[in-house]
Design a binder for this molecule. Structure first.
Ligand SMILES: N[C@@H](CCC(=O)N[C@@H](CS)C(=O)NCC(=O)O)C(=O)O
Length: 366
């Protein structure tokens, strides 16, 4: 069986993109599979991946005092971080029968990568190599953990990966669960223990928002971009913009998507919105409108982007470079559109402008 990537998850009658569930689902915490300990766990991410990024943002948020607009060291000292190169490479370059391409580590002084089709020159800016296992590819981590992901049609070599240095295995590779663990299980070590991204009073509301935001927005953009039949794209496109309209309306009445308090539901929604105008509109054909045309969505993205823990995890170079240079089927020549932030994503542009969200009450700053 050939190792697989998300692009192969469209091989069904309808040509729809169907994201498979993550395979490692162990928990860290009191009376759970693994104990919470400082320095024991390592997080492997891509700055480009919206799912991995929300895990990094949670680490930073738990380390930041929002009302002081300060970002201090906190969970950053507790959980180590490695960041892959944005451009997928062949993960078994010496095996002519293995065609898999995927996440590859690089050190900041390594030479630039080209796409697997041999185009472009993409330097390893802001990459952090794997100092824990010395792995060259994320695939290696799955193989050290004796996993067949990627070979198994049910799964692939995805990020984020939460790694246990003690037992040398993957603990969990599902971002929704990793965010919850960082939110609640590491408070003994976190600087910003009081920040609760999944507060009990809002859990029902958050769960019900996640239920439509995930399939129609977070995964909805991928369902548009990876569809290989027109009907599948049409359906995903309609659901996506119906949901974005719904968000625009909700955000006209309250500061955050689940109420007047920042929660994990915002971290999820934000990850798609910040990538939308620069990548999804052009690359995933989600071109009914730009986020910047919608006043409430625009100001909401600015508000979140300007929270240091969230903004710090946004790396536009990685975001643009990954999508545009990693899927030869979609962009053979790996040309990166300039958009608002330039091809290298260096211009911060739109999201640093002042926002109008202070007009709502905000529990976090009250
Ligand atoms: N359920 C996972 C999904 C993670 C995921 O799909 N990550 C993508 C990057 S955005 C990936 O690593 N894909 C690898 C591939 O398609 O081979 C989560 O939310 O943690």
């Amino acid at each position: 069986m050939q190792a697989r990537t998300a692009l192969e998850e469209t091989e069904n009658d309808k040509g729809e993109f169907k994201r498979k569930d993550a395979t490692f689902r162990k928990w860290i915490g009191k009376d759970k599979d693994f104990p919470a300990e400082a320095g024991r766990y390592h997080l492997y991410i891509s700055w480009a991946c919206p799912w991995a990024n929300r895990c990094a943002a949670t680490i930073y948020l738990k380390a930041s005092a929002r009302h002081l607009q300060l970002c201090m060291q906190g969970l950053e000292d507790v959980v180590g971080l490695s960041v892959v190169h944005p451009t997928w490479q062949k993960t078994k370059p010496d095996d002519p029968n293995d065609e898999h391409t995927g996440w590859t580590f690089a050190a900041p002084d390594d030479p630039p990568f080209t796409s697997v089709t041999g185009f472009g020159s993409f330097p390893p800016h802001e990459c952090i190599p794997d100092t824990v296992n010395g792995a060259k590819y994320v695939r290696d981590l799955y193989e050290i953990s004796n996993d067949t992901s990627g070979k198994d049609p049910e799964s692939k070599y995805s990020v984020p990966v939460l790694w246990d240095k003690k037992t040398k295995t993957i603990v969990n590779n599902e971002s929704a669960e990793i965010v919850r663990m960082f939110n609640s299980e590491f408070n003994d070590f976190a600087k910003n223990q009081d920040l609760d991204l999944y507060p009990e009073a809002l859990q029902k509301e958050i769960d019900s928002i996640n239920e439509w935001v995930y399939p129609t927005i977070n995964n909805g953009v991928y369902r548009c971009g990876f569809a290989i039949k027109q009907e599948a794209y049409n359906e995903a496109f309609k659901e996506l913009f119906d949901s974005l309209d719904r968000c625009e309306e909700i955000l006209g009445k309250q500061r955050y998507i689940a109420g007047n308090q920042l929660t994990e539901a915002d971290l999820r929604l934000f990850q798609t919105l910040i990538r939308f105008d620069e990548v999804y509109v052009v690359y995933f054909k989600t071109n009914k409108y730009f986020i910047r045309e919608k006043p409430n969505l625009t100001n909401y993205v600015r508000d979140l982007y300007q929270i240091p823990g969230i903004g710090k995890a946004v790396h536009m170079y990685h975001i643009k470079t990954h999508y545009l240079t990693s899927h030869p089927r979609l962009n053979y020549y790996a040309i990166v559109p300039a958009g608002q932030t330039g091809p290298d994503g260096s211009d911060k542009g739109w999201w640093t402008e002042p926002h109008d969200r202070d007009r709502f009450a905000d529990k976090a700053t009250a």
